[in-house]
Ligand binder design. Structure first.
Ligand code: MG
Length: 249
């Protein structure tokens, strides 16, 4: 069952998302060559708690940190460490917030210093594929219209979508129904209705779609070692166009 959120609940989700937007602003200011990912995680944790909210990932299925920080060929779920960022890297940061029992979830891939043009293209295409997916998150469409639009756009640019990991419903839990793959045929799955809330999150590899799960139980990386990018927003399905809760205005 896919939950339909009332206007009051959407307002609570907006409040949770607002803290998440502010947290990303903090990361925008903080992230630079030389900083280690543990320090970034610590600042994220501190900021979220300073707002009376909780970092949703901390302890989730045993995850040891408040943010997932994934460098280069790490796709998602990277664990913060003493590893320092260096120019030429791309860094995916994924953060969840729980505030007054409502969850928000977003991710963004950052560029450290100068990167090759093709890697820049990977990031631009991934970011735009999220927008293209969000454009399909309207009442009357079906769930896989989002998936299909993302896959089509990414593959037409010569990149591949990760298939082993998916987006999801979100609300009173971090992960709710439905699962939302970033690939598939159009016009399949449940009909989208106003008030459904989705975390849409394309993960895009420069090379092949295959990923491997590391022994640390968390880090997912590309099987061929190619770089991978990730963007995510929490959105509300509406008539006409979706509301992007985790996008600053
Ligand atoms: Mg998510």
């Amino acid at each position: 069952m896919i939950n339909i959120r009332s206007p009051r609940e959407i307002e609570l989700l907006r409040n949770s998302s607002k803290i998440l937007i502010e947290t990303f602003r903090l990361v925008d200011d903080l992230i630079e060559p030389g900083i280690d990912t543990k320090t970034i995680n610590k600042e994220i944790d501190r900021y979220i708690r300073s707002k009376g909210a909780k970092p949703a990932f901390k302890g989730y299925r045993g995850f040891p940190a408040s943010a997932c920080i994934s460098i280069d060929d790490e796709v998602v779920h990277g664990v913060p460490s003493k590893r320092k960022l260096i120019p030429g890297q791309i860094v995916g940061i994924d953060i969840g917030v729980e505030y007054n029992d409502y969850f928000s979830d977003a991710a963004k891939t950052y560029v450290i210093g100068e990167i090759p043009l093709i890697t820049k293209k990977l990031i631009d295409i991934t970011k735009e594929s999220l927008n293209i997916g969000i454009q399909q998150a309207v009442a009357g469409n079906r769930l896989s219209d989002i998936s299909h639009a993302i896959q089509k756009y990414v593959e037409s640019a010569g990149f591949s979508v990760v298939m082993d990991l998916v987006g999801h419903g979100i609300g009173r839990e971090l992960h709710e129904e439905p699962q939302l793959p970033n690939y598939g045929k159009a016009n399949r799955g449940p009909r989208l209705k106003e008030g459904m809330v989705l975390a849409i999150e394309p993960m895009v590899n420069m090379g092949g779609y295959k990923v491997i799960f590391e022994k640390d139980k968390w880090t997912v990386r590309t099987a061929d070692g190619s770089p991978s990018a990730h963007f995510e927003h929490t959105v509300v399905v509406k008539n006409g166009s979706a509301e992007i809760l985790t996008m600053g205005r």
